[in-house]
Design a binder for this molecule. Structure first.
Ligand code: NAD
Length: 373
């Protein structure tokens, strides 16, 4: 029997609620596929800071080091609550970026997927959303402005200043481009390269490397788009995109916009892949505005489990089953409260009810007959 260790970082806000649903799914998948998932919860984020004095405690680091894969809930507090934590201990700076750095998870896959049956969830007009959308955003995750040198102080004129540097070297760009081209090759063979080379020198190098790597993928058509224009096209014509590649900060912002065109960030799972370790997390934050109410949409968290099954454990068939199970719950006339108004003719379900329905659907699906090593 295959056995995998999974570190579960429940996180803050809605994190524990949506993690509970992910664990229900993992237990069912283990039972159906005769695999053993050794699940270990570890604290991470603001809760860890208040309990253990650090948002990424040493005990959590060693659980993650030992794990075959990490499943992470969102972290963070409301703007006001965050002020109770010293700046460098706040969850993103003190936990999230160090997690990404520790495992060098440079390739972030953010599927932006809305099948035909769910197209009504999009706030875009029916003629724009059409039969739904299917985009893969590939975001560089360990470079750029978020990881560059940071400095604050008082300048010679006695004024407070801040300096943050945006750095990339050619190897960092090359490896994410290779991921992007390979992904495009497996899909529609069109890659939208998102840049800002009219202003940023980092984008000039980014584009040069894109051309160089592209020479090894002659069958992939590259379409270069400025990031500001890409933001507009995502609203006006999202179906023109298939695979998009971009640097770290552009990816942070455009992928949240993409969540908006789906109807909710609750539909945005992600995979963060490094050379030796991967972690999986919803693309969104801890949603403090709805935490503790059992109304968060767990699709993003369960979708992250599906990505883990496929990308870390080679359980492609079961991953497909899981996507289908989640989508068929929505297609069957149910909705979480982020996606529909109560009087819109759908039956509203809570976080735990959605999870239970996915369990029910998945339990009724064909069991994959083999699980590869
Ligand atoms: P957010 O993503 O938490 O929420 C934005 C909006 O989307 C809110 O209205 C929220 O209710 C809604 N939303 C998000 N996920 C949802 C879900 N699963 N179901 C239903 N609705 C959902 O962004 P924010 O409010 O700007 O940030 C809150 C905290 O999260 C901040 O501390 C921020 O730093 C942190 N954050 C963490 C991560 C991460 O852990 N990777 C990512 C982004 C933000």
């Amino acid at each position: 029997m295959n056995s995998y260790k999974i570190a579960l970082l429940d996180g803050d806000g809605i994190g524990p609620e949506i993690m509970t649903e992910a664990v229900k799914i993992l237990n069912l998948v283990a039972e159906r596929n005769k695999v053993n998932f050794e699940l270990t919860h570890a604290s991470f984020g603001a809760n860890a800071y208040f309990e253990a004095g650090h948002p990424f405690p040493a005990s959590t680091k060693s659980i993650c080091d030992e794990a075959d894969a990490i499943l992470k809930g969102p972290i963070g507090l409301s703007h006001e609550e965050s002020q109770k934590i010293p700046v460098d201990m706040q969850p993103e700076r003190g936990a999230l970026l160090p997690l990404r750095r520790r495992y060098n998870t440079y390739a972030n896959f953010r599927p932006v997927y809305l099948p035909k049956d769910l197209a009504h969830f999009s706030p875009l007009k029916p003629e724009i959303i059409g039969d739904g959308i299917d985009i893969m955003i590939i975001r560089e995750l360990v470079g750029g402005l978020y990881f560059g040198h940071k400095e604050t102080g008082i300048n010679e004129d006695g004024r407070r200043y801040v300096k943050e540097t945006l750095e990339y070297d050619e190897d960092q760009i090359k490896r994410i481009m290779q991921v992007a081209f390979k992904t495009a090759q497996k899909r529609k063979k069109v890659l939208h390269n998102i840049h800002k080379s009219n202003v940023l020198k980092s984008s000039v190098l980014w584009n040069e490397i894109c051309v160089e790597v592209g020479q090894n993928f002659p069958e992939v058509e590259v379409i270069n788009i400025l990031v500001d224009a890409a933001a507009t096209y995502l609203c006006l014509n999202p179906r023109m995109f298939d695979v998009m590649v971009m640097e770290n900060m552009f990816g942070d912002i455009l992928s949240d916009q993409a969540g908006g065109i789906l109807g909710s960030l609750g539909l945005m799972p992600s995979a963060c892949i490094g050379p030796d370790k991967a972690y999986y997390e919803p693309s969104h934050g801890s949603a403090p505005d709805i935490a503790g109410k059992n109304i968060a949409n767990p699709y993003s968290m369960i979708g992250s489990v599906a990505m883990m099954l496929e990308m870390s454990f080679n359980m492609d068939h079961e991953a497909k089953n899981l996507w289908q199970a989640m989508q068929s719950v929505f297609a069957g006339g149910y909705s979480t409260s982020d996606l529909s108004k109560p009087d819109s003719g759908v039956t509203m379900v809570s976080t735990s009810e959605f999870g239970d329905k996915v369990v029910e659907k998945l339990a009724g699906m064909e069991i994959p007959n083999q699980v590869s090593e």
